[in-house]
Design a protein around this ligand. Structure first.
Ligand code: P71
Length: 474
């Protein structure tokens, strides 16, 4: 594995292009460009109205700077594109799968894997084979993710949040908001009984709370508790390389470890992982379910053939597996990951300097505007994060994603979660100039924040409603 140059503390401190110890200068140059265009304000007004004030329903040609997600939108490297030419598309026994399986073993270290079309495909299989529908059960999570919770509950279990309280306070600067509160976890184990817990799930760079990492010391305790109680520990390894990078830079005990070593250590403390490779493996599509247990692997193979495809391609083409195999190895490289984490930090710092309320500390994959503080006059029932995302689009053609009551509300429960607009940075795609433009747009919007009013929902789909819900202005 490539060892990257280690900078001394002084070298870091003295360079203006280094932020929080990470280099802002990209470790790449651009070989292909995609042109983008800013539509005028009237066109933007019309476009968002047509989209029912839901940024998921905008046409991509109407979007100038697309910060909807970091999923499937990274720029691939030349080596990934080159890999695609080697794709072995034969139905069974593909060489591309062997290269993917080897990359998985080298970087993450699990014994077995089944590829899936993306993360939720892996979540589906994991939930189906570990949860007994008749018996149900409880799944402690460091925080929920929409698709993960859906699959746990669809399979018959109840998801329980055992994350730390700091994660729910956007202004707490606690570095490890992705940690599991081990006291809460123990309480759930005692109350529900270990035999009623199909697995504990810990997500890397906890998405819904701002892309917040867990610490390795927390994982040691969680892993110990799971092993003592004979409960499977499942890692949602989406953005794992980002989490490992945070550990290297912020958890002093591991400062001398390479990012690759930290990734391996995290995986070795868990029993299996679900992965959406569309994020930090820089591919447009792909994911997998990996595990150490032979019996679990056998069950996964039984299910994958029904819902995805042969166990040697799952939901992927040979060429996708090749791009992924290369992307997995790139994700272990500290220079590559450090660069885009520095971009998130840059965007967050510039907004903070201007008094704009965001989730602190800045997490992995972008910056989250705190809509409750940005527009405190708009109540939950009028969808503050939804309207803020719509107004941001109108202001400057910047597309963010609602992460509030529309995506977070669960059944009839009163909503107690955060109201956030996620500005997600596609990896290796944008330059600092784009980010400066985004800062200017948000600053203008902040100045006219009192002119922003709430929305009314006019269409609500039955599942994962945020994807297709429609709204109108109050
Ligand atoms: C993101 C996504 C993609 C997404 C999913 C649902 C609503 C909106 C956007 C996907 C994740 C994720 C974590 C932690 C599993 C998945 C599912 N994130 N775990 O953030 O962040 O993976 O999309 O490949 O199926 O935009 P999948």
């Amino acid at each position: 594995m490539t060892k990257t140059k280690q900078y001394t503390a002084t070298e870091y401190r003295e360079s203006p292009t280094i932020l929080d110890g990470r280099k802002l200068v990209p470790p790449y140059q651009t070989k292909v460009v995609e042109f983008i265009e800013l539509k005028n304000k009237e066109q933007r007004e019309r476009a968002i109205k047509r989209a029912g004030y839901n940024t998921f329903l905008l046409e991509s040609e109407d979007v100038y700077i697309d910060l909807l997600t970091d999923s499937g939108v990274s720029a691939m490297s030349d080596m990934q594109w080159a890999g695609m030419m080697r794709g072995d598309e034969r139905y069974a026994g593909s060489k591309s799968f062997k290269r993917l399986a080897k990359a998985q073993r080298d970087v993450f270290g699990y014994n077995y894997m089944v590829p899936t079309h993306q993360g939720r495909g892996a979540e589906h299989i994991a939930a189906q084979i570990t949860i007994d529908k008749a018996k149900g059960g409880f799944i402690p999570n460091n925080g929920y993710f929409t698709t993960s919770r859906f699959h746990q509950e669809h399979a018959g279990a109840v998801s329980i949040d055992v994350g730390v309280d700091e994660a729910k306070d956007t202004q707490s600067e606690y570095l490890w908001k992705g940690n599991i509160d081990t006291y809460k976890l123990l309480q759930v184990i005692e109350e529900k009984g270990a035999e009623n817990i199909p697995f504990v799930r810990i997500e890397a760079c906890l998405n819904m709370f701002g892309g917040q990492p867990f610490s390795l010391s927390n994982l040691y305790v969680v892993s110990f508790l799971c092993r003592e109680n004979k409960i499977f520990l499942l890692l949602d390894a989406t953005r794992l390389s980002d989490n490992a990078n945070f550990i290297k830079f912020n958890e002093p005990e591991y400062a001398d470890w390479t990012q690759a070593e930290i990734i391996r250590e995290i995986c070795s403390l868990t029993d299996c992982c679900t992965m959406s490779s569309k994020k930090d493996h820089y591919v447009n599509i792909g994911g997998f379910f990996a595990m150490n247990d032979k019996t679990l692997f056998a069950k996964a193979k039984d299910i994958v053939v029904v819902y995805e495809g042969m166990p040697t391609y799952g939901g992927m083409a040979g060429y996708s597996m090749e791009a992924l195999a290369v992307g997995i190895r790139e994700s272990a490289r500290e220079d590559i990951v450090s660069h885009y984490l520095a971009q998130s930090k840059f965007l967050g710092d510039e907004l903070t300097k201007r008094g704009i309320p965001i989730v602190l500390p800045v997490g992995a994959h972008g910056v989250f505007l705190d809509a409750e503080r940005f527009i405190p006059h708009v109540p939950h029932e009028q969808f503050p994060a939804q309207v803020l995302a719509a107004e941001l689009y109108i202001e400057g053609g910047v597309r963010g994603m609602e992460r509030g009551i529309v995506s977070g509300q669960h059944g009839k429960d009163p909503y107690t979660g955060l109201e956030l607009v996620r500005l997600t940075l596609p990896r290796r795609v944008l330059g600092l100039e784009h980010l400066i433009y985004v800062v200017e747009v948000i600053e203008k919007l902040y100045k006219r924040r009192e002119s922003i009013h709430g929305l009314k929902m006019t269409f609500e789909p039955p599942f994962l409603r945020f994807f297709q819900a429609r709204f109108k202005r109050m």
